[in-house]
Design a protein around this ligand. Structure first.
Ligand SMILES: [Zn+2]
Ligand SMILES: [Zn+2]
Length: 361
């Protein structure tokens, strides 16, 4: 591939401000490739970063006015290989997971590279593109080969950007034990991670899969993705309905993707004795919940960060074999130059936007 020396890249200015600028095309190092970015999905976390800065962290602080490029849910084409790379060829289509751990700390060695103990220390080899290192709202990005997943020819660029979101859902189910066939799963919150969690849980054989939320249009998409039952918690007592659907005992697993204090406390009462709750969304403040109920009922609580334990590869396997149709959550596309419009659609949910994808051309 003929590579330019410079590229266009969006960078954060002050909070809620982005600028289109020019940067050098970054050179891939050992075990890295240069990816020409063909499509990027906008994530709720991008909107967090744009407004609050956190959870992105650059040079030990907030990422504003540091020439930092955000965006982390991207796919593209391998454009150049770093030293020693023979696992990929120039021209192959790939999608990415976010975190390249340092590979040497205890957590990385355990497969928990999203919780790398050298988080945010690029000098140790750690990268979290779009969080601690430059991300995907640019023409090119450098990725460690351990963050790449091949994209089958039949999969569109837009669908490939959704693999890391499904990977996050998959990681949540992995941390809960992974083998969910025949077991009941409640997913709370029909955002992108929750909707794809319903699809992944169903593909893994969970039964029944129950999805709760407050927007009927999103719940209807959940049904298409594989939810056996959907509950609108605005009009129905979601806890009572989950108990009814599970023979009065509650679900084996709850994947909490809403992040609201009410949803968190409801999750505690939706799970059965000895059951497990995965926290996949983060609330802004402290949360009041019935901890005594968790203790008395032997309930385990798991926080997950991102998409560890190669979950993105497993999510791709399910998506490549069309076990669920992730494209149902892709609602809008905008060209690279119109990122600001795309961000506005995602933030304000204009026209019922769920996943907004920004494309190279
Ligand atoms: Zn994301
Ligand atoms: Zn590490």
């Amino acid at each position: 591939m003929n590579l330019p020396e410079t590229m266009r890249a969006w960078v954060l200015g002050d909070p809620d401000e982005i600028r289109l600028t020019t940067k050098p095309v970054p050179p891939p190092g050992r075990a890295e490739v240069l990816v020409r970015i063909d499509a990027v999905a906008i994530c709720a976390t991008d909107l967090e970063i744009l407004h609050y800065g956190s959870p992105a962290r650059i040079e030990g602080g907030l990422p504003f006015n540091k020439n930092f490029t955000f965006g982390h849910e991207y796919m593209g084409t391998v454009a150049a290989l770093g030293a020693g790379v023979d696992e990929y060829r120039v021209g192959e289509r790939v999608t990415v997971e976010i975190h390249a751990g340092c590979g040497q700390c205890k957590r990385c060695r355990q497969g928990m590279y999203t919780s790398c103990l050298n988080y945010g220390r690029p000098e140790k080899g750690h990268r979290a593109n779009g969080f601690t290192t430059d991300g995907g709202f640019a023409e090119f990005a450098v990725n460690n080969i351990n963050t790449l997943v091949r994209v089958p020819d039949a999969m569109s660029d837009a669908e490939a950007t959704l693999v890391v979101t499904a990977g996050t859902s998959m990681y949540g189910l992995t941390e809960l034990g992974g083998l969910v066939a025949g077991e009941s799963v409640v997913v709370t919150g029909p955002g992108p991670i929750g909707l794809l969690a319903a699809g992944v849980a169903k593909a893994l054989g969970a039964s029944p899969v129950i999805l709760t939320g407050t927007r009927d249009n999103r719940l209807a998409i959940g049904t298409k993705l594989g939810a056996d039952h959907v509950i609108n918690s605005k009009t129905t007592d979601a806890v009572a309905e989950v108990l009814r659907l599970t023979g009065g005992i509650g679900a084996d697993y709850v994947v909490e993707c809403a992040g609201t204090p009410a949803a968190l406390d409801e999750a505690v009462h939706m799970v059965n004795r000895g059951g497990k709750i995965c926290l996949a969304a983060f609330p802004h403040g402290r949360v009041d919940m019935d901890v005594a109920h968790l203790v008395r009922n032997n309930v385990s609580l798991f926080g997950i960060r991102g998409e560890g334990r190669c979950a993105t590869h497993r999510a791709m396997a399910l998506m490549a074999s069309k076990r669920f149709d992730a494209t149902l959550i892709h609602t809008h596309s905008f060209p690279f130059d119109e990122l600001e419009t795309g961000l506005r659609y995602a933030r304000d949910r204009v026209d019922d936007a769920i996943k907004v994808v920004v494309t190279r051309t």
